[in-house]
Ligand binder design. Structure first.
Ligand SMILES: C[S@@+](CC[C@H](N)C(=O)[O-])C[C@H]1O[C@@H](n2cnc3c(N)ncnc32)[C@H](O)[C@@H]1O
Length: 318
């Protein structure tokens, strides 16, 4: 059985198959949330910011997108004259298997870029890596002013409880995610796991954010209310077909495919909203759905299917 915390990571380095070279879709998501991030930064309670603004990026991965987030936040803080912030501490979080080395090695290169984009008078900033799961505590209590996460919260903490029945029977055999041929209970098991995970994410962040802190979260989500009709079911269905063909050709053990399920859930806007409301530590300030063309290099019919939400901590936060 897959152990997400130990096993999950994007492909490191900067080669052709690396995440760094294949994350244009995610880059678009970050660029599209620029305004929402600016608004959130302006909304941070000024009284709680002293000289240093502390920002966390949760699920930063490695590659240019991690720096794009840094650069966008620096410009937003500089433009908005954000509170009293005179310097920024960026805490870049991902799972321990993430290629943090590539981030650290590229820092000086990106420092030059940040200066090109923001001028030489750029606010001093500091970068630190924080390995660990965002489904656990990562930062001291009341230490963050702003938390950001893009394209990461669709990853669950584990394959949904209940899919692997006792005796090693996988009730979603032949599939690796929710599919039209999955038993109906599979969708509910995925939704329940998403609810548990996202609720604990919110609870933990509410302990780490200061009162009046802000969060901007972008999810890879779905438009359809029926989880088995989502675009991503089609995508994972194609991967399952390929794996099943490999079993037929004898290059992959049947047992391995039969016991594999994705620790991933594409939530709908309503599901995200419902978890935030019932967990209760945050309220939603702004929520919007953005749609992206599946071809990452084709920007023609982009616009409105990932969900994006800006949340404020409740005052006082829990
Ligand atoms: C698709 S990448 C997104 C990276 C980056 N934010 C971007 O927009 O390009 C998702 C990242 O989330 C990380 N991730 C998944 N589950 C996580 C968890 N429980 N805690 C921390 N990071 C996690 C993965 O390792 C991966 O690097």
């Amino acid at each position: 059985m897959m152990k997400v915390e130990e096993d999950l990571h994007m492909v490191g380095g900067a080669g052709d198959t690396s995440y760094a070279s294949n994350s244009r879709l995610q880059e678009k998501a970050i660029r599209k949330t620029k305004d929402i991030v600016e608004k959130a930064l302006k909304n941070i309670n000024g009284e709680v910011v002293s000289k240093s603004l502390v920002v966390a990026d949760l699920g930063c991965s490695s590659g240019p997108n991690a720096f794009l987030v840094i650069s966008q936040i620096i410009s937003a803080v500089m433009e908005a004259g954000c509170q009293k912030a005179k310097e920024i501490l960026f805490l870049l979080n991902d799972l321990p298997g993430n290629d943090f080395n590539t981030i650290f090695r590229s820092l000086s290169l990106y420092e030059k870029k940040v200066k090109e984009e923001n001028g030489n008078q750029v606010l001093p900033y500091f970068v630190a890596g924080v390995p660990g799961s965002f489904y656990g505590r990562l930062f001291p209590s009341n230490s963050l002013h702003f938390a950001h996460s893009s394209y990461s919260l669709m990853w669950l903490s584990q394959v949904p409880v209940g899919i692997d029945q006792s005796g090693g029977v996988n009730i979603n055999k032949g599939n690796i995610y929710i599919s039209k041929t999955s038993p109906p209970i599979i969708s509910s098991l995925y939704l329940e796991q998403f609810k548990r995970d996202f609720s604990s994410f919110l609870k933990l962040r509410s302990q780490e954010l200061v009162n009046g802190g802000q969060m901007v979260l972008s999810f890879l989500g779905r438009k359809s209310s029926d989880p088995s009709k989502a675009e991503l079911c089609h995508l994972w269905g194609l991967v399952a077909d390929a794996l099943n063909s490999m079993v037929q050709e004898g290059v992959l053990e049947e047992e391995k495919v039969n016991t594999f399920n994705m620790p991933f859930y594409a939530a709908s806007k309503e599901e995200v909203q419902q978890v935030i409301q019932s967990e209760g530590s945050f309220y939603i300030e702004q929520m919007q759905t953005l749609e992206s063309n599946w071809d990452p290099f084709d920007d023609s019919d982009d616009d409105q299917a990932f969900d994006n939400v800006r949340v404020d901590t409740m005052w006082p936060s829990v």
